[in-house]
Design a protein around this ligand. Structure first.
Ligand SMILES: *Cc1c(COP(=O)(O)O)cnc(C)c1O
Length: 392
């Protein structure tokens, strides 16, 4: 597998050449059930006709003109996102890390614009993941990701995820904001409780901080609500969105209330590609489909079905699996055997999944799956578990 591509990934030696809904077909003709979906990106599966049509039509008209000019497709997308959320304003970029980074800048700028130039530090939580840029690495403080990249950028104070006392104790006169994933993804599937998010909201309000949710993975319908924090009823001031939003076309979004974004005036931030016509055509098709009547109810229903099946599996195969976790179609099981090996065996049996943390097998299928796909996935997991250790 020696290629000219910089070897920053531990790649699996499979290439896919086509896809249909939740299935991927490899170059050797083998068909896989895709419960990874490009790491929660292909929200509507592969080759969804509405998204394909929207991108094709836009590709024939116009791709990119830059943010020097108005972009009607971007305005339509911003209207859609604002209509479905706490936010008043949306800024468009191209990835999750860029969205988180933009949100961090917005938080600092808010404090500066409201006369608090000394408030610039951000409180983050253990087990989080916010991307691979210098600032987002410093925010998450994962030692594996930081190794060899010099001293982490200053300005981030980390507290244990889920612990309100330590959070309160970490607030200083320099604190600007708190950033948290409403459902942690890369760090294992860990939903924040509504009580925890409410406590963060209270601390933020008490000390004049912004509450910033990283919904890069859990947003855009993944949890069965358009935004994962809706399950708690606790709204943030700022939110980062990416992965699923354009169904596989690169896009990130910073969403915020008008008050939180008051410092983000002309010239304060930018992104050359951000929200171009082609990206917004894809995103509008995805967002409009997910917001269509009944779509999210269906995600909740199928997610509940999947979770019940996972609980049965975990109970029946307690030698391999620990417990089932998650919300909607952002699910995972803890593993009592090495999770990477489990992912490999599962893939060899025809099911694509993705690991998380040290001991999770994670399931992020397209939001369009049906019961039959869940049954197919569970049958593979059950077979792999039943044969565990038998083939040496
Ligand atoms: C994937 C992810 C990111 C980073 O997104 P990229 O597009 O890889 O930069 C940030 N936050 C969360 C919660 C993520 O899951």
């Amino acid at each position: 597998m020696s290629t000219a591509v910089m070897p920053t990934y531990g790649r699996i030696d499979i290439a896919f050449e086509s896809g249909e809904g939740p299935y991927l077909i490899a170059t050797d003709g083998r068909r896989y059930l895709d419960f990874c979906a490009g790491i929660a990106v292909n929200a509507l599966g592969h080759g969804h006709p509405k998204v394909v049509e929207a991108v094709k039509a836009q590709a024939e008209k116009l791709w990119h003109t830059s943010n020097l000019y108005r972009i009607p497709e971007q305005e339509r997308l911003a209207d859609n996102l604002v209509a479905s959320s706490f936010a008043d304003l949306a800024f468009f970029c191209n990835s999750g890390a860029e969205a988180v980074e933009g949100g961090l800048k917005l938080c600092r700028k808010y404090q500066s614009a409201t006369g608090n130039d000394d408030r610039w530090r951000i409180i983050t939580t253990t087990g989080s993941f916010h991307g691979r840029t210098i600032a987002t690495l410093a925010a998450a403080k994962n030692p594996k990701h930081l190794d060899g990249f010099g001293p982490p950028a200053d300005g981030f104070d980390q507290v244990p995820f889920g612990n309100t006392n330590e959070l309160r104790a970490a607030v200083t006169e320099e604190t600007a904001a708190i950033v948290v994933e409403p459902i942690q993804g890369e760090g294992g599937i860990h939903p924040a409780t509504p009580e925890y998010l409410q406590a963060l909201r209270n601390v933020a309000d008490e000390y004049g901080l912004l509450l910033f949710y990283d919904e890069v993975q859990c947003g855009v319908g993944r949890s069965g609500k358009m935004w994962a924090h809706e399950w708690s009823g606790v709204a943030p001031d700022v939110m980062a969105v990416a992965k699923g939003i354009a169904g596989g076309f690169p896009m990130g979004v910073v969403m915020a209330t008008e008050a939180a974004a008051q410092g983000m005036t002309a010239g304060t931030h930018g992104s050359t590609f951000g929200g171009n016509q082609l990206a917004c055509a894809a995103a509008n098709a995805v967002v409009e489909e997910i917001a269509s009547p009944g779509f999210l109810d269906r995600v909740v229903e199928i997610g509940g079905y999947f979770m019940a099946k996972l609980e049965e599996l975990v109970a029946a195969r307690g030698d391999v699996f620990g417990s089932a976790h998650g919300v909607g179609l952002m699910l995972g099981v803890t593993c009592k055997v090495p999770n990477l090996e489990l992912m490999t065996k599962t893939r060899e049996a025809g099911l694509l999944t993705v690991i998380a943390a040290d001991d999770f097998l994670r399931f992020l299928p397209p939001l369009t799956i049906e019961e039959s796909h869940v049954d197919e996935a569970i049958a593979v997991l059950d077979e792999v578990a039943a044969n565990w250790g038998k083939d040496g």
